[in-house]
Design a protein around this ligand. Structure first.
Ligand code: GNR
Ligand code: NI
Length: 177
């Protein structure tokens, strides 16, 4: 496994539409392993392949929820992998969430999205899964699926806020790495 560089705005690669995965093979699993390690290192709760420069429809996620029987304890690792995810249903009702993005570091703002969605995707082993998402899971999967279309959370904000965010990130990353 390896930690990959996370691309930040205004890198044009982030605007690319990612391609469907033909088969979930060992090479694709190696990418998912790298993405998970990169996400934990950042740290973040989700990562789309395009954020490490790979234009394929792959997402990793770990919502880092505390165990129910020990809410004060350490978060238990629960990695999730989504290949070729599709939203097959979304609720009419929306919910706001203060979002951030590893590709737009240190910027946070409220985005409204459908509160619940039904997903279809392939898992780490290439098995088809259907799953309902709500709460933070629903927010995160919709944020990640936007990345597959070249859309960032700041694209849901006003042009003024989006331009300000990009300017701030440019300054922040000018001398870094
Ligand atoms: O780590 C992340 N946190 C987060 C918080 C609120 C809404 C979405 C996210 S996803 C983000 C990681 C990321 O940029 N994924 O693409
Ligand atoms: Ni993001």
């Amino acid at each position: 496994m390896a930690i990959r560089e996370i691309l930040t705005v205004p890198n044009p690669v982030l605007k690319q539409v990612s391609k469907p995965v033909a088969v979930v093979d060992d090479a694709m699993r190696a990418l998912m392993d790298d993405m998970l390690e990169t996400m934990y290192d950042a740290p973040g709760i989700g990562l789309a392949a395009i954020q490490v420069g790979e234009p394929v429809r792959v997402i990793v996620m770990d919502l880092q929820e505390k165990p129910e029987d020990d809410p004060e304890g350490e978060a238990v690792k629960k990695p999730r992998y989504f290949v070729n995810p599709e939203i097959v249903w979304k609720s009419e009702d929306t919910a706001p969430y203060e979002e951030g993005c590893l590709s737009v570091p240190e910027i946070y703002d409220e985005v409204q999205r459908p509160a619940r969605v039904k997903l279809r995707y392939l898992d780490y082993n290439g098995n088809a899964v259907e799953e309902d998402a709500e709460g933070l899971f629903a927010v995160c999967i919709q944020h990640e699926m936007d990345h597959l279309e070249g859309v960032l959370f700041i694209d849901h904000l006003s042009k003024l806020k989006r331009d300000r965010a990009v300017t701030k990130v440019k300054k922040l990353t000018r001398n870094a790495a």
